[in-house]
Design a protein around this ligand. Sequence first.
Ligand code: ACO
Length: 413
Amino acid sequence: MLSQIKEALSNLENKKLKEKYMQIIITMFEKGYFPGLENIPVAKSSVSNIDGENGLLTFRGYPIQELANNCSYEDVCFLLLKGDLPIPQEKKELKKQLLASKGIDSKIKETIISMNDNLHPMYMLSSSVLQLQSNDPKCFDLDQYTVNLNRAIQLIAKLPTIMGVYQTQNPEFAQGKTFDSFAQYILYCFNQELAAKPKWVNILDKLLILHGDHTMNNSTFSVRAVGSSKASIYASISSAINSLSGPLHGGANEKVIKMLTEIGAPENVESYIQEQLKAGEKIMGLGHRVYRTYDPRALYLKEEILPQIFAEDSPEVNSKLENLYNTAQKMEEIALNKFADKKIFPNIDFWSGLVLRAMKIEPKYFTTIFALGRIMGWCAHWVENLEVKNKIFRPNQLYDGFNTRHVLRDQLK
Ligand code: ACO
């Protein structure tokens, strides 16, 4: 059988694709199913692409580094949603539309403010997104591309406001204030003092761009799966936020800072790693399903962003933060060595927490910032999913339970 499959695949010229299909077929034979859907294509998409062997990530064909170097949140939002970079007038209009649409209904603001402090901010965010549906009764009419696109922009605009209202507990939050860019508004929602400093707005802008999209990851899969039932954008994005909250996905950025704080100093890193591995635990911020080399987003943070933050004259850096940075650097050095054979490298969450900590943002809010970047990609996938011939996501399972059996009435008495 294997030789027949090999023969059938021999006409395929693309070597990488051939290897991928071979692996899928072998898994099918060996296991009968695909744990974690690893390597299984579930949709055709033109939003982003990863070459995991060579550490290349592109949005609509543009390498992520070029976008981070040259573009703003508005540029990348336009690119992901509409397929190409905007001309200056289009960018201006999108910025205007985003900033003009950031307001939320007063009843929803009351609900946001009344949420229990013990609720994790990611769940506060996902439940608030669901609440937004109450102001959009036509949200189940999904047939028009431009209406879907505008609905996505409206939602993107409101996410930071949810965070600002929640953190300040002020329903009047940001009312009457003007902003130069959407990234400045986002920073204002987390740190009003730094939002007045162009250096920090620029750093956040780049961080949000790096998070913009990432092919068929767990949260994007959630958007497409929920959206495929023709549930609303609010239901789809809310489930994506819930998926992102997990520590094996975006929630790792919060866990990494907790881990570095617990480790305490560079000299404790080696023993920490040994203990974790002995206990069969993963090290947060390391590893990736797709990359077999350094995650290009993590590399950008390491090489372009963190050196700016930890420059000698940086007033925002104190000895505590410096110690976290030194501990992370030590961990990276040991991990690159120790895990070289397994091709495990730092991912974006390994370094992003340090950037956010330098912005004096509390760790419990880290993953919400990830969501404020990723919402651009989620919405692009939601729109794209409605444009292609929609087929409801409904995979199969290998049933592994009882054969049919019957209720014995006497047993229940
Ligand atoms: N620490 C130690 N070992 C690891 C790690 C890690 N962080 N990641 C993977 N490995 C090892 C596994 O133990 C496994 O080893 P084995 O083959 O000897 O059993 C091997 O590498 C493959 O790991 P899997 O868990 O099977 O890889 P998978 O593709 O399923 O998981 C994931 C990828 C979830 C990212 C994993 O690397 C992980 O849990 N990392 C830590 C959490 C994290 O940083 N998540 C953020 C990911 S990036 C993002 O979502 C934005």
